[in-house]
Design a protein around this ligand. Structure first.
Ligand code: GUN
Ligand code: ZN
Length: 452
């Protein structure tokens, strides 16, 4: 081929690539590094830009620099708002959307009086289909692009959840919730049925599009040793599955675990006996952890889902964040609805900040640490850090564009915080709710658009 023709073709190819690049111009914040370990973790660009190509981040930085890199790209001017990486919820219950707001109860009472009766209603698959749509809408309309979700005790309801997430395009890791005692008869499966039905769902959904499967015993109280053995077998047969459950949430729960598993030295020992604790395990709450449990979780590189709104609403206790950090245990945020008070992961970050300020061993989190917990930490907990969690070039373009509504307090504060990026981010954490979510994307695909 003549050199001139080759050069022309090459130039055309580069031009096509550039043509397809889209630039979003707004304030941009992300934490490419763990903000608890690195003082310079926050990357903030008050007149910033994200260049997106084929669903991936092509560039992130100051608008002038990104524009110079892609002079022919289409630019969307979103100034006045800000862009964050898609939010990540590492603990949330699909069947509990409609019971958010059941205040005044302790965990075991709340389960008995509110959560379990509602979960029983998902035996009706047509109801489950509607709840699944409500649930997935709740996620994306709050800027959540990835979630680790407790499915239902019913196989078809759990399948409805996976189908709804796939239709919307959200990243979901979820599983059939397994229990064979002490809940209510209609929520119990035999270990054999749990194995069979979990296998069916794994074959149908694990690794399909943006879906992954998590082995999900509800908690040790409701799982016999035979059921925990089923969990162990599933994880052995499918090593790429995630594992999730509850642990060390309330004092009454702990007392019951001691009664049911007299051989176990502590709560974690129950799960350890069945090899359930590993890099892909996400354990919700861990409010009442012993030092030994923290050391063992760290050694296994397991993660904890920290759910501050739920911990406060149920009076479960204050998460020992300082002790998790000192022991080197990974943790990220979870909303834990319906015990939690809403789908907002930024609200969880803010509540965590408030509660840690007044904890017995107080901590003052920086805005960067709050953002890290809402994004990068979640990506690590879900073992997806090479794909999502920040705007490093090459990662998937999962993002939330927050546009403060006209007349809102956030609008006023952001307009006056441009000179101070951490302060602007703190204002976003304090004030941005569902009404501020303008657009949400997963791998560049728009999965939610807020009202203009
Ligand atoms: N422990 C067992 N089940 C649940 C649940 O649904 N919510 C919370 N917060 N804790 C649990
Ligand atoms: Zn929970």
């Amino acid at each position: 081929m003549a050199t001139a023709t080759f050069t022309r073709l090459r130039t055309q190819k580069i031009e096509t690539l550039r043509e397809n690049v889209e630039i979003l111009r707004a304030a941009v914040f992300h934490t490419p590094k763990n903000a608890f370990h690195h003082a310079d973790a926050l990357a903030a660009f008050t007149d910033g830009a994200l260049a997106i190509h084929a669903g991936r981040i092509a560039a992130c930085g100051d608008y002038i620099a990104v524009r110079a890199q892609y002079p022919d790209a289409v630019v969307r001017d979103l100034r006045g708002g800000c862009i964050l990486p898609g939010l990540i919820d590492t603990h949330i219950h699909f069947p509990q959307v409609r019971i958010i707001g059941g205040l005044g109860l302790e965990l075991l009472e709340w389960l008995e009086e509110l959560a379990l009766p509602e979960e029983s209603r998902l035996a009706d698959t047509s109801r489950a289909k509607v709840v699944a749509r409500e649930f997935v809408h709740g996620l994306v309309s709050h800027g959540t692009t990835s979630a680790l979700v407790f499915g239902s005790h019913f196989t078809e309801a759990t399948a409805e959840l996976c189908d709804a997430a796939a239709r919307k395009g959200v990243r979901l890791t979820a599983g059939l919730v397994l229990s064979d005692r002490l809940l209510r008869p209609e929520l119990h499966q035999t270990p054999a049925a749990a194995y069979r039905d979990s296998k069916g769902l794994i074959e149908r959904f694990h690794g399909v599009g943006r879906l992954r499967y998590a082995v999900t015993p509800r908690f040790a109280i409701s799982a016999s040793e035979a059921m925990l053995e089923v969990c162990q077998t599933l994880l052995r047969e499918h090593p790429s599955l995630a594992f999730t459950t509850h642990m060390n949430e309330s004092p009454a729960e702990l007392a019951e675990v001691t009664r049911l598993f007299p051989w176990a030295g502590d709560y974690l020992a129950v799960y350890e006996k069945f090899d359930l604790i590993a890099r892909d395990s996400v354990i919700a709450h861990n409010v009442h952890a012993t030092d030994s449990e923290l050391q063992r979780l760290a050694a296994r590189k397991a993660s904890v889902a920290h759910c501050p709104c739920s911990n406060a609403a149920l009076g479960s206790g204050i998460f020992p964040m300082r002790r998790h950090l000192d022991a080197g245990v990974r943790f990220a945020l979870g909303t834990d609805i319906g015990a939690g008070t809403g789908f907002g992961i930024l609200k969880e970050a803010m509540t965590s900040y408030l509660m840690q300020r007044v904890a017995a061993t107080p901590m003052t989190m920086s805005p960067a640490q709050m953002l890290w917990l809402a994004t990068g930490a979640g990506a690590e907990a879900l073992s997806m850090e090479s794909e999502i969690g920040d705007f490093a070039p090459g990662k998937a373009a999962d993002l939330v564009y927050l546009r403060p509504p006209q007349g809102s307090t956030l609008h006023t504060v952001m307009a006056h915080a441009e000179e101070d990026p951490p302060r602007m981010l703190a204002a976003v954490m304090s004030l941005a709710g569902q009404d501020s979510v303008g657009e949400v994307r997963v791998e560049g695909d728009v999965v939610y658009e807020g009202k203009p």
